[in-house]
Design a protein. Structure first.
Ligand code: DC
Length: 262
């Protein structure tokens, strides 16, 4: 088991009030010219297949896999337990700065998420937390804290495949390869239904479809780091593709990038 400590009373700068999000220069980022690190970003809406793809690619190449949605889910989970809502940005900021969050990756690529020493990996995957995480993720305070953590974490590894909504646009704008995955909303709802059924949770297709539409809307219309494809991202529509096909395509793209590097 590979264990990495992500957040423990991290020294985040105190942000008192909501402010427009700007790409911060606080964390030095490696650039293509100065680093041998390779970062591949995978962004896209809920159910587009980002997590499955990122896990597979990381496993095939033995790279580090970063599930950035899990960081927002962990914040939402803990906020809910503390009875906080999104109208309390200062309390959420404090929560982000003191959150005790660990990621543990098993060798098969499975990620366990540990909050305050408890394994919350399943608890953060409910529909309720999905929706709350999407709302919490609209707050600049929360995003600043999570973006810093994501960069710090990635900086510890030579090669990283990271997935989320803003990885290619905001968190790693210098990534060597950016993928933007998409699929029809109906197909994404079907996939989510299957996922929930497999994990023994209730799964009503119409409700899921509605929840995904709402989340798409929230994620792509928020003022701070909305879900949008980076200009230099390779766009892949996975509606009619199997995971194997998408994986093969992305491994080819990575290989091409690697062989074109000096
Ligand atoms: O990928 P996911 O469904 O686990 O993400 C949960 C929520 O977190 C999602 O609705 C939007 C938010 N999120 C984000 O805003 N930025 C990211 N990089 C990852 C997730």
């Amino acid at each position: 088991l590979r264990v990495f400590r992500v957040l423990r009373a991290a020294p985040f700068p105190l942000i008192a009030a909501p402010r427009p999000y700007t790409l911060s220069a606080r964390t030095p980022r490696p650039t293509k010219e100065t680093s041998s690190q390779m970062i591949v970003t995978i962004d896209g809406p809920a159910g587009s297949g980002k997590s499955s793809l990122a896990k597979r690619v990381a496993k095939a190449l033995r790279w580090m896999y970063l599930d950035t949605g899990a960081t927002y889910r962990a914040v939402a989970y803990q906020a809910q337990r503390q009875g906080l809502d999104i109208h309390q940005p200062e309390e959420l900021d404090r929560l982000c700065r003191t959150l005790d969050l660990d990621f543990q990756w098993a060798d098969n690529g499975d990620l366990r998420v540990i909050v305050d020493g408890a394994d919350v990996s399943d608890a953060i995957r409910t529909e309720q937390i999905s929706s709350f995480a999407s709302r919490v993720a609209t707050l600049p305070q929360v995003r600043n804290a999570m973006v810093d953590k994501q960069r710090q974490l990635a900086a510890q590894f030579d090669n990283v495949v990271t997935e989320g909504r803003d990885q290619g646009t905001v968190v790693f704008p210098h990534a060597q390869l950016k993928i933007f995955l998409d699929a029809s909303v109906e197909e994404r709802a079907k996939r989510r239904q299957l996922q929930l059924e497999q994990s023994g949770q209730p799964a009503d297709y119409d409700q899921i479809l509605q929840a995904i539409r709402q989340r798409d809307n929230q994620d792509s219309t928020r003022a701070t780091a909305p879900l949008v494809a980076a200009e230099d991202a390779v766009k892949l529509d996975t509606t009619n593709l199997t995971l194997d096909q998408v994986e093969t395509k992305v491994l080819e793209l990575i290989q091409a990038k690697r062989s074109s590097r000096p």
